[in-house]
Design a binder for this molecule. Structure first.
Ligand code: 5AD
Ligand code: SF4
Length: 481
């Protein structure tokens, strides 16, 4: 889900990022929380920090002073799991010298690995799945009482709707709002439906309220998060469970509209869209609101219809092309990005070429690119042989990345020479006297600070670029985009 100055959205960052809540006098215990994987996990960590803050924990960046260490884990590819295991082994050593230290695993690895982490490898004291975070204070007490503690029950209702997330590592300008949980799609390569359970949408009132509160606190951009935001659906009478199609239902287009109305100065982004469910009414709402950013992340996964069928994605190459055409018809300037997997089961050289040719047609601004990693319990693992040799997967991935590198650089270059409305996010990592911010197209721009402030909008004339970053200066001229 985003690179560079911002964390990834639903793509992987593989960064174990420590997160911090300021200490308060009543908070006597210290929590060290590290998050892996997609932006949904980072967003969940903010819920976890909120629940544990109410139970008397403040967070720390120093693992050495923690009473409780939690890793919010990702299971989407095998290497994500390996990184977490290596980290847990380090913590196990630390426990030798600090017997009261409690170490726990949260998130997507919890369900699948509870036995092995707790009992066989004895790496952790606590295992908690993504729908059981409200139980964390009890479970921590249980560990203090001398027991191992586990809760990996998945729920059909939990959305943590009324829990006010503690904004971790906040820049005070951009924030994530989780609008739904779980996934019902069953893409054959994907472990998410098993680790995060059934899809459920969150009450729109609580989403709009959260956006309003963020705006009042000075935030100027929200990203609405879900595994498949286009299937967002809420029925007031049934707490999101749709029993009778006659009943009034809030769908994603209406939700964006409501959030966009919070304030014209609040930018709205979202992730992730699904090609089989993305409808024109969503695109039309985006076009109507200047503050809904003109950027869509639409994962294609493969450019070949047979591969897409084996992936159980629910669309063909032609359908995908038609959806992209709609995006460009309704919003001619809209930027796009995608996810691609190389070397899925049975992928032939010709099928791989179809992915490259689709990329040539789309010329994405950005892409998250992966080689296929077989995951336990998935449809693909049960039904297909993981038969593309690792070196072939890697070579195809290199080819995909090489094409994308050229396209990204061309896209960046094409933005030079115009003036953009930029939301100032903070000081550039490389140059103290420069700010960075983003255009509506999600491209990072750096420019001399002058007297701008983070959390405000400035017009920036872009006169140069690196392959991924625009370089400009603040101008009084009106923006082109
Ligand atoms: N192997 C490789 N990539 C995967 N993704 C999901 N599951 C797998 C897997 N088993 C990728 C998809 C998805 C993104 C979040 O991660 O491209 O869109
Ligand atoms: Fe996984 Fe597919 Fe759901 Fe995305 S839409 S989380 S890839 S099952």
């Amino acid at each position: 889900m985003e690179a560079g100055d911002k964390k990834e959205l639903l793509g992987e960052s593989f960064q174990g990022t420590p997160t911090v809540v300021p200490s308060q006098p009543t908070h006597t215990r210290k929590l060290y929380l590290e998050s892996y994987g997609c932006q949904m996990n980072f967003s969940d960590s903010e819920i976890v920090a909120s629940i544990l803050s109410d139970a008397g924990f403040s967070t720390t960046r120093e693992e050495d002073e923690a009473d409780l260490i939690l890793l919010n884990t990702c299971a989407i590819r095998e290497n994500a799991e390996q990184r977490v295991r290596a980290r847990l082994r380090q913590f196990k050593q630390a426990k030798g010298a600090r017997p009261h230290l409690v170490v726990g695993v949260l998130g997507c690895m919890a369900e699948r690995l509870k036995e092995s982490l707790l009992e066989q490898e004895k790496l952790v004291d606590l295992v908690v799945g993504p729908d059981a975070y409200r139980d964390l204070p009890n479970l921590v007490d249980q560990v203090h009482g001398g027991q191992k503690a586990v809760n990996v029950l998945l729920s059909r209702e939990e959305t943590y709707a009324e829990i006010s997330p503690v904004r971790l590592d906040a820049n005070g300008v951009t924030a994530f709002i989780s609008i739904m949980r779980g996934c019902d799609n069953m893409c054959s390569f994907c472990v998410v439906p098993f680790t995060r359970g059934r899809e459920r949408s969150r009450d729109p009132e609580s989403i709009v309220r959260e956006a309003q509160e963020l705006f009042e606190a000075g935030y100027r951009e929200v990203t609405l998060l879900g595994q498949n935001v286009d299937s967002y659906k809420w029925n007031i009478d049934n707490k999101g469970v749709i029993k009778d199609e006659e009943q009034p239902v809030v769908r994603f287009a209406e939700l964006i509209d409501r959030v966009a109305h919070v304030n014209p100065d609040l930018r709205v982004r979202f992730s992730t869209s699904h090609p089989k469910d993305m409808t024109d009414d969503v695109l039309e709402v985006m076009a109507q609101h200047e503050n809904v950013c003109k950027y869509i992340h639409l994962p294609v996964q493969s450019g070949n219809s047979d591969v897409l069928k084996r992936m159980n994605r629910g669309y063909t190459r032609e359908w995908y092309l038609e959806r992209m055409e709609s995006i460009h018809r309704i919003m001619p300037d809209c930027a796009t990005s995608t996810d691609i997997i190389s070397g899925f089961c049975g992928e032939t050289e010709a099928e791989h070429q179809d992915t490259l040719s689709l990329m040539e047609m789309m010329s994405y601004d950005m892409a998250y690119m992966f080689s296929y990693s077989e995951r336990p319990r998935t449809l693909a693992q049960r039904k297909y042989e993981n038969d593309v040799p690792e070196e072939v997967k890697k070579r195809r991935l290199q080819e995909i990345m090489a094409v994308q590198k050229v396209h990204a650089a061309n896209r960046t270059k094409s933005y030079v020479g115009r003036t953009y409305r930029v939301l100032v996010e903070g000081t550039s990592k490389k140059k103290e006297d420069q700010f960075f911010g983003r255009t509506t197209y999600n491209t990072v721009v750096v420019f001399p600070k002058e007297d701008a402030q983070p959390g405000t909008y400035v017009n920036v004339h872009v006169h140069d670029c690196t392959p991924v970053t625009l370089i400009g200066t603040i101008t009084q001229d009106s923006e082109d985009a």
